[in-house]
Design a protein around this ligand. Sequence first.
Ligand code: LLP
Length: 438
Amino acid sequence: MAGKNDVPRMVVFPQTAEVNKQGNLAIGGCDTVALAKEYGTPLYVFDETDLRSRCREFKTEFGKRYTNTDVSYSPKAFTAKAMIKLVEEEGLDLDVVSGGELAFALAAGFPVKRISFPGNNKSEEELELAVRESIGHIVVDNLPELHMLIEIAGKKKVDILLRLNPGIDPHTHKFNAVGLSDSKFGLPKADWDEAVAKALAARNLNVDGLHFHIGSGLFQYEPYLKSLDVVLEYAAAIKKKYGFQMRLLSIGGGFGAQYVPEEVPPPISAFADAIITRFKERCREFKLETPKLMIEPGRKIVAQAGVALYTVGVIKNIPGIRTYVSVDGGMGDNIRQPMYGAVQEALIANRPTAKDTDTVTITGKYCESGDILIKEIKLPEMKAGDILAVAGSGAYAVPMSSNYNAAFRPAIVFVSDGRARLVRRRETLEDLTRHDPD
Ligand code: LLP
């Protein structure tokens, strides 16, 4: 029987991925071909062991270098009640980005004091909800929000962080670079002083600290270090001016995940090492008491744990041009290739050890030429009915899914120790039509 090591691309599949006795891809001890049959496709399968071990790795690697670190999961990467419960069990915090994500957290019974709320254009209703629920921190993004929050807070005392835009290039895809000066996110430098003065003067706000988030999918830690330099220097300046002692500093998320064997991001330990070293150095240099540190990973916790299963349908070979392999999902459940040129790996779940013979393009069923899941990948010869397992599908696929072409958003299962549990059912025709009056 061929093993995991005989399939090099298996390194980007979840930690428990293996070839089982039936010769199929198994995850969490569950046969993926059987899962596809039982739940239908497209199906998103998450390896619970993988999810939990990433949560623990972040906590351990940052915690052992600086015990006063909170790890906050960013559910925008994968929003589901089951996931929120899992991160709660693992002792992580949560940073929601909308009233909807906050509602998910509340529905999952997440402790409100461990929730923070960034976002560049929060509505009055969203701020009211956050204030009413007394969540841990509202991360104020801009001056209009600050003014609105002072109104909404009324007699209540609200804990906030101020999100500064440090003007640093994270060297990621341009859609995922948000810490540059030309960005809609965070307070531009020109507004820092006014925001600090107003927030500190507001009797109903308690400024607990500062926040930055510079981008997503970072393969370098240098941009975090540069941002720390900028923000800690500013913290020292406002300490001098107002006697303000920062109690909490959030440095956002952004830690890159591995999608293909040849592009390996630095391990979490390397990020932790570089970041904590610089953080302590600069706090010492600027004579700041070291505040609690918060990190907000999303992608790195879920990307590799999630595999999408599709059924192969029409295969179209255009001689001398390209072979299109169409599957029963596509840009409706994963828009990351057309949007970011994302690259992912795949295996045939019912023949994972077969030899690669063909170069094909994996496309979906949507009415767009841009509906591509994987552009040019070497795979064994395929036939209709094969189950294709696409790795690295755990982050930002389902949350960015749509009902384009009136497709159903996919079902999701968690697998662990040979058991699968449905954590989201597939949408139905009724789900699609019930919002429209007759
Ligand atoms: N904190 C804040 C304030 C954020 O805006 C984000 C992500 C995170 C934390 C988590 O970042 P992560 O660790 O996941 O990189 N749709 C894009 C990614 C958008 C990221 C948005 N903000 C993609 O599919 O690549």
